[in-house]
Design a protein around this ligand. Sequence first.
Ligand SMILES: [Zn+2]
Length: 500
Amino acid sequence: MKALQIVAAALGKSLGGIQVEVDPNASTAYTNGRKVVLPVLPVLVDEERADVTLGLVCHESFHIRDTYLGGRLKGLPPEGITYTPLKKRLQNALEDARIEHRGFKRYPGSRKFLDALVTFAIREGWFRNPSRKTKPGNLVLFGLLFHYRAHFLGQHALDAIADAWEKKAIKTFGPDLWDRMVAIADKAVVANNPEAPWYAADEICRLLAGKDANAAKQAAESEDNDLDQTDLAEMLPSDSTAAKNGTDVPIEKHLVQPVKESPIASYLDLSKGESKRVYRKVAGPLEAKLWAKAQEDEWVSRTGTAGVVSNSLYNVQTTGRVFRNRVDGDSRSMTVHLLLDSSGSMGAVNVKEKSNYWANAGAFALVQLFSALGIEWSVSWFDDEYYPGRTYSSAPLSPKDPWLVVAGGYTELPKAMSEAGKQLVCEAETDRKLLLVLTDGRANEAKTKPIDDALMDQGIEVRYVLIGALQGFGFAKDRVSHGEMQNTATAMIGAFRTFA
Ligand SMILES: [Zn+2]
């Protein structure tokens, strides 16, 4: 199983810093010119489903990069070109070929995701042979689309289908007209600008309209409902059960109140007091671990010397390039995301005999330490919902920052880790990223491990602090630490023992 949301977010980021968002009301993937928007995605999916979705992320990202030029173009026809349904669809088909060709050159790794998407489209009957009833407009459209997908983009799963369409197109329009259409389109798919497919589509439409032959005229005069959709994005790999079940109520964002506005903020007072004692225990050992890391990186950013070890400092040549890279990437060195279990079993935050009291005391202590070390942090919470906290910053905890006081559903750790992971992938700008999970629950290993794997693959170091039962976390081996409530501080230190 694959942690789809995390890999989709990471892929978007690697394709030129493109943000991938989920819109619970979206019925299909699309781009608004700046972001890729996907319909509701499951947290975990099988390999094929993941690749198909990632194919859509690539395709839409390429549109952002090459069709919309980062939001400066709206994707409208250039001046002087009048809209017709066939022209619009033709433009889209040629633009798809153009942007994927450019995308594959830039990101060779993206090809396999589009291949998976095309194979899926064939199996689902989205891409199929022409029928006896195929209208002339579709013949032009899909004849050209499949021609370029198979023979220009090299999506060879389409070879036979492309040949069937081409044969029928030649039979209908004659070899001469077909060759002329292909010759016009050939220039558009290798052009540098997004207007080229519009001009090519315009030229092809004029060519068809100027013919005496019935089929050509009929093609040029196609109405919207004569033509089928060509864009891959229309093909929805999501089961989007939410939309199908008619529950079009958008997923509620559970925003956590600023502490100072919470009528029950005083519930936190006791564990805040406790956090001072926890702090005294964790500060020394963790400072030694984290300070060295934080300082080394900050020092590197200021001097421009990378990869140094302290005893050979004076041997190392400073280079401007390294300096620039470091500063471009932001000189702050580490981001820690604390993910706190707030499910019912954690109990009340103001009762010393409950895990929640200790988890909060530990969290207050840790964020104080992180701020002292200039480490960026955020806290979020989960039960069966996810409650995002403040944005990443090394500023000390402020009364304006949100803090969850009461939750109490059941424990849905994989979903919470997926959400927190996405946030780390998309929003943390530091080289080093750490997700620290505090929970009393047992893990569902089959569902938690794939998320853990995906996060570690993205360079996010995951550590678990377990208050209570140690069950189902075998996969995390030495990245998990365990202690009873009063030993939360020791457990926290233990979670960092493999932190190097
Ligand atoms: Zn497209």
